[in-house]
Ligand binder design. Structure first.
Ligand code: CP
Length: 359
């Protein structure tokens, strides 16, 4: 069975298959209106969402299926202490496929350990957001006509930005990608992405201090919000919240054929005056999210019993008894879980659920 927990759970070919299917859905909407008739999607959202939850709901409705679930953990038995694994053991009796957002990193991987139905990660803490990545890949394809030979600038919160982490991982598998990182020192890209993804796979990247410096060479500018909810210290958030703001003046420095993406919501990092620029693709990106989720739901249901579409085999190593994951927001620090680890290129042991080091 195929789940989607990390963008690399899909092969490059499967990813392309989903993007191609989304393009066909866009061109032939009526053809898919009963594709998932009689099927049910459960949306289990333990964290706020507008786009992801509603686009999953709209996607399943447009496929002729039904949706059930909760938008707030407080209204479910999670508030009584039910674990993620137990919740999934219950919900799999009611639904054919589950999309889950959780504030704990690795929660959806934990769900796959017990689930009899496909699990889709709709965002886990600061870790990963693979369906946003599919949305971004479809948007880049539609805006620029290709996914290779691109220079992509990532701006804002690259430390806690799960959409950034997942998109960099996916892009590392395309040819001719260069990455420009634009972030204050406190919000730089985590080492595990720099070392395990960029360095190991030879993805070219550089860090610059200003948007002005980066603009002229970019094919895609990926803006992100500085996420107040991820900071433990409010002063730290206040110090960096207005670091980078995209306005019409900075857009004058960009290529004529460039695309500005943003997973949204935005706060003030893109001024509204940019919205009317034809290169501002972030609201078109939202609509692409629905189409690509239609393609994903349909594919995961079709692939459920197909031996050609299985989860990738990942090597794991034994963890010495005294070590535990250093990340307090990891599922393993909050719910009883096995200690699963892999060896990073620098020899350190990293947690399979959240990619943080063991200490
Ligand atoms: N892009 C995104 O994940 O938006 P929501 O938080 O509104 O789902």
């Amino acid at each position: 069975m195929k789940h989607l927990i990390d963008p690399t759970d899909l092969t490059v070919e499967e990813t392309q298959e989903i993007i191609d299917l989304a393009l066909d859905i866009i061109a032939n909407r009526a053809k898919y209106s009963e594709k998932c008739k009689g099927k049910k999607l459960a949306t289990l959202f333990y964290e706020p969402s507008t786009r992801t939850r509603l686009s999953f709901t709209a996607a399943m409705m447009e496929l002729g299926g039904n949706v059930l679930g909760f938008a707030d953990a407080a209204s479910s038995s999670v508030s009584k202490g039910e674990t993620v694994r137990d919740t999934v053991r219950v919900v799999e009796n009611f639904a054919d496929i589950i999309a889950m957002r959780h504030f704990l990193e690795g929660a959806q991987l934990a769900a796959t350990e017990v689930s009899r139905v496909p699990i889709i990660n709709a965002g886990d803490g600061s870790h990963a957001h693979p369906t946003q990545t599919l949305t971004d890949l479809l948007t880049i394809t539609r805006e620029l006509g290709r996914l290779d030979n691109l220079t992509i600038g990532f701006c804002g919160d690259l430390r806690f930005g799960r959409t950034v982490h997942s998109l960099i991982k996916a892009l590392s598998r395309q040819k001719g990608i260069k990455i420009v990182l634009i972030a204050p020192p406190q919000l730089r890209l985590p080492d595990y992405i720099k070392q395990d993804v960029c360095d190991r796979l030879g993805l070219e990247y550089k860090e610059v201090d200003t948007l002005e410096e980066a603009m002229p060479e970019l094919d895609v500018l990926y803006m992100t919000r500085v996420q107040k909810e991820r900071f433990l210290d409010e002063d730290e958030y206040e110090a960096v919240k207005d670091s980078f703001v995209l306005d019409s003046e900075k857009m004058k420095l960009a290529k004529e054929k460039m695309a500005v993406l943003h997973p949204l919501p935005r706060v003030n990092e893109i001024l509204e005056e940019v919205d009317s620029d034809p290169r501002a693709a972030y609201f078109r990106q939202v609509e692409n999210g629905k189409f690509v989720r239609m393609a994903l739901i349909s594919s995961l249901l079709d692939w459920k019993d197909d031996p050609n579409h299985q989860m990738p085999k990942q090597e794991e190593v034994e963890v010495p008894g005294h070590l535990r994951c250093e990340n307090k927001k990891c599922i393993t620090r909050n719910e009883k879980s096995p200690r699963r680890a892999y060896k990073a290129p620098d020899g350190s042991l990293r947690c399979r659920y959240c990619d943080h080091k063991f200490k």
